[in-house]
Each structure stands twice: as C-alpha cells, then as structure tokens.
Design a protein around this ligand. Sequence first.
Ligand code: GDP
Length: 425
Amino acid sequence: MPVTAVVGANWGDEGKGKITDALAGTSNIVVRFQGGSNAGHTIINEKGKFALSLLPSGVCRPGTINVIGPGVAFHPGDFFAELDNLIERGIPAPELRVSDRAQLVTPYHRLFDALEEERLGDRQFGSTKKGIAPFYADKYLKLGVQVADLFDERRLLARLETALEAKNVLLRQLYGKSELDAASVAEQLLRDAERLKPYVCDTTELLQSAWKRGESILVEGQLGALRDPDHGIYPFSTSSSTLAGFASVGAGLPPYAIDRVVAVTKAYSSCVGTGPFVTELHGAEAEELRKRGGDAGEYGVVTKRPRRVGWFDAVATRYGCMVQGATEVALTNLDVLGYLDEIPLCVQYRTESGTTGSFPVNAQLETAQPVLEKMPGWRTAISDVRSFDKLPREAQAYVLRIEELIGVPVRRVSVGPHRDQMFER
Ligand code: GDP
C-alpha cells in the first residue's frame, strides 16, 4: 500500500483537513510531521464541525491510528484540550500516539514569541504566538526538550537550565522582564506528564513496521508550500518545512516510501497573515469572496483573523505543486465561485524584469502584478454534484484550465465543506 502525503500547494488553509479526513476513511494511520498548534484544519462530518490544530485529521475515523511524529512542535496542553473537546462532542476516543522524540513547546517559547512580535512592532511577521518560531530556533540551537525528557526529571531540569541561561539574559536586557526559573518551568511541564505517558512511544518503529506490513499511511502537512522556509516566501514563511519531501523526515519513514503526493489548492486564493500575495483583492470584491468562502467565510481557524483573498493564482500554484512534487491535485471550494458572471484567474506575473510564469523571489514578488485571464462563470449551486460530468460546462472548463496551467491532474474536486461533498475524476 502506498504512503500518501496530503500537503498544501499555496499559503495554507487549502482544505487539507477535509481531504485528509476523507482519505483517512481508507487509511490505517494518519501522521502529522511538522508544525504545531499554530494553524487549524476544519473537518465537518455527521458529528459536527471540528477545528483541529495539533491532532492529526484522522481522529474522527474510528480504527485509524493518529500519530504525532518527531518533527512536530508538541504542546501537551493543546493536545489534551483538543482531545477532551472531541470526546465531549461524541467522537469516540481516538487512537493517538506521540513520538518520544517530538519536542515540547514550552511556556517560554510562547512568551518569547509574543515579546518578539511586540518588539518588532510594525515589522512583525504576524505570528500566531503559539511559540513556533522560538521552538524551532531552540531545536536547531540544540536547546530543545524532547517528550521523552518528561519522564526523567533530572534530565528535564538540566535541559531547562541550559535552555534558560541565554534566554534569561534576553528577558532581562532586551525585553526588560523578569527571569524564568527552570524548576518552576519543569513543574508546569510535568503537570501533563502522567496523563501523556500512555500515548508516548517510538512512533518511528511503529510507522516503519506498519509500512513494511503494507498498511496504508497518510502523512498530513500543515500550512502550504509557499510557507516553506527554503522554497516559500521567506521571511513570511513558517519555521518548519511544509513540503512532502520533509514528511519522511518529520514522520520517520524512508524517503522512497511516499509515492503519492496530493497537493490541495482552493479554486481561488486565500492567505492568513503577512507577506506578498499577488492576486489579492481589496474592498467590496474581497469582502464578497471572503464572505462566501470556506464553510463560514474566510476567517482563520486558530486566529479568527479575516483571511486575505484573491483570484486563483496559477503561477504560485504551479510552483507550489512543483516543490511539493505533486502527483495529483485536490481542488477545493469550487462551489464558492458560483456567484460570479466571469471568473478571473492569474496566468502570469508582470515583474520588473518582464512577464513570467515562474514564481519569483520575494524581492520581485512584492511588486509583481497579476496577468489575469477571464473564464465564464456558471452562476449556479454545485454542492450537490457528485461527478465531473454533472458539473456545469463552465465549471468543467474552469477545472480543466487550472489543470492545464499547473500541469498536474486534478483528481479530486470538492464542492462543499462536508466530508461527502466531493468527487473523484
Ligand atoms: P486546512 O488548514 O488546509 O485544513 O484548511 P482550513 O480548514 O483552515 O480551511 C479550509 C476552509 O475551507 C474551511 O473553512 C473548510 O471547512 C472549507 N472547505 C473545505 N473544502 C471546501 C469546499 O469544497 N467548499 C467550501 N465551501 N468550503 C470548503
């Protein structure tokens, strides 16, 4: 059985949660491999609407094992808050496993995230203040704390003392705050340790054995290709790789195990937070699309911030699919565009050095203008459609044009937020 990656082709919020939840119905295991609780995934099924941010999107599928891999920024408090919420709302307790090598988002990571954004003022990156950038900085500075350290108090304390040495200087001298004490941070972290213990294991062994047995595994990315620190819109990127290529590392699977990469993209563009966004709309046109988008308008799942919206961007999406290594595309939110007489889509960028179909570096991206093409709209509701040939001709033409521009087959089309509102081509 293949290992499938479900990843974003754009800036995040493409609808990966819905696609993962749908594909999880035929998967044994779903794995989160990067990021933390800083971005949400929306899942809508017969039990209601769920906004997940740390739990893998297979948690609503009884029998599916959900794994938090070593690459994840793990916050025990958020983990239990989400888990409790699911159970309270009638979802059977999911099978969850947390890697003993995953590292912990500590209270000081969140503190530094907030202090640094405050210090930057109008130069801030629009962090969700979930501690993600300070967490990954510590990881690569080798100052992180692994989940396994929670079960060895002496080691935990020693790791925290080392981590806090330089941080306390910064707290005092740069931010004018009082110092932190390793023992009291340890005490806070240990509060959840006993409850966490049954979920913790060597998830790499678990995944490798499952893969060798031929079980079906889904690896689920957070955010999208354009937020990748190497290939995205740096510095308006996130702090861990959002690419399918990193999934083998962050999950703990051989690189050649992943043989199917589903890149998810919306039929228009949306983007939370700052950074260049070439097809962005403003004013009444933006408000109209924002109001109609997603399941309840385009507002961030974690932040509730209004998402920036724009027309479909074939330059960014072709690039996003390329760096993801997409073998197929899932196109979501097609239903949202049913109100338009004509649908513009961006086919090239006009930059200072000419017109291009390639996604440029940030310096050029900031002044790039979209070259738009217009397609006829279908002006009708399509959420009940369950096959490509039943779509209005104009909607079919729109999907085919997107496929042609990005050069990857559109295998799935999603026509509503509910799990069932989707069909395969
Ligand atoms: P993710 O982070 O990639 O999982 O995406 P989010 O859940 O943050 O955002 C996607 C939004 O689109 C959510 O509001 C979903 O409920 C919604 N959604 C997903 N697919 C569709 C669709 O085909 N049509 C509509 N109208 N909404 C959708």
